[in-house]
Design a protein around this ligand. Structure first.
Ligand SMILES: Cc1cc2nc3c(=O)[nH]c(=O)nc-3n(C[C@H](O)[C@H](O)[C@H](O)COP(=O)(O)O)c2cc1C
Length: 201
C-alpha cells in the first residue's frame, strides 16, 4: 500500500510527532544566520493576497534579550531565559508599502488600505500568525526546537523594540537545539482526532 505521505516517517516525526514546545534546550548556541536561512524557506508559504506581513526581530544583543524577557508575563520569564535564542515575531502594519515586492495590490488597493488602519491591522495579524506557523515548521526542519509565547505585554514590547516603526509584536519564540534527554515541556496534552475535527460534507 503506498503511503499517504511523501515525507518519510523521520521527517514526520521531526516536524510533528516528536517535536515538542521545548522549555529546555542543549547548551549549543543558535547562530543568528539560521533564522534568516529559515526565513528564506518559509517565506514561500502562502498568505492572503500574498501580503507577507510577518517580520522577525532576532534578539541577539544582551539589551534586546533583556527587553524581551522583561516584557514577558512573569510566568514566562524563567522559561524564556533558558532559550539560547529569542525571536519576536511581529506583523508590519504597513505591509502595503512592500506591494512592489509582493505584488499584493494595485495603487487603488494601496489607497484603500492606507485609509483603513483597522483593516490593515486585521489582515496583518492573520497573515503573520499563519506565517508564524510556517516558521515553527521551518525551524523544526532545521533541527531546532521552539516554544511559542503569547503571554507578554505587546505595547511594552513594541515600545522597547520597535520604537516608531510599523512593526507590532505577535508572538515570541524561544529557540534552541533540543536538549538531549529532557525537553521540559511536560506530558504531551491531547489533540482532537479526525473523527472530531474533520467533517466531510
Ligand atoms: C500562539 C501560542 C501562544 C503560546 N503562549 C504560551 C505562553 O505564553 N507560555 C507558555 O509557556 N507556552 C505558550 N505556548 C506553548 C503551548 O502551550 C504549547 O505549544 C502547546 O501546549 C503544545 O505543546 P507541545 O508542542 O509540547 O505538544 C504558546 C503556544 C502558541 C502556539
Amino acid at each position: 500500500m503506498p503511503s499517504t505521505f511523501l515525507l518519510d516517517a523521520d521527517a514526520r516525526s521531526l516536524l510533528f510527532l516528536d517535536a515538542r514546545s521545548n522549555v529546555n534546550f542543549a547548551a549549543q548556541p543558535v547562530p543568528v544566520e539560521v533564522v534568516s536561512e529559515v526565513w528564506e524557506l518559509v517565506k514561500w508559504g502562502p498568505t492572503g493576497n500574498n501580503t507577507v506581513p510577518l517580520r522577525l526581530l532576532v534578539a541577539e544583543s544582551k539589551e534586546a534579550r533583556a527587553a524581551v524577557i522583561a516584557n514577558a508575563l512573569e510566568g514566562n520569564r524563567a522559561k524564556l531565559a533558558q532559550a539560547p535564542l529569542l525571536v519576536v515575531a511581529a506583523h508590519d502594519e504597513r505591509f502595503h508599502d512592500t506591494f512592489h515586492v509582493t505584488g499584493a495590490g494595485t495603487s487603488s488597493t494601496y489607497e484603500r488600505l492606507e485609509a483603513d488602519a483597522d483593516r490593515r491591522a486585521s489582515m496583518a495579524h492573520s497573515g503573520a500568525m499563519l506565517q508564524a506557523g510556517y516558521l515553527i515548521l521551518g525551524l523544526r526542519a532545521a533541527g531546532l526546537a521552539v516554544r511559542p509565547y503569547g503571554g507578554f505585554d505587546k505595547a511594552g514590547m513594541d515600545a522597547a523594540l520597535f520604537g516608531e516603526s510599523s512593526w507590532r509584536s505577535e508572538v515570541l519564540f524561544g529557540i534552541g537545539y533540543p536538549h538531549e534527554d529532557d525537553h521540559g515541556a511536560g506530558e504531551r496534552r491531547g489533540r482532537l482526532g479526525a473523527d472530531q475535527a474533520v467533517r466531510v460534507a
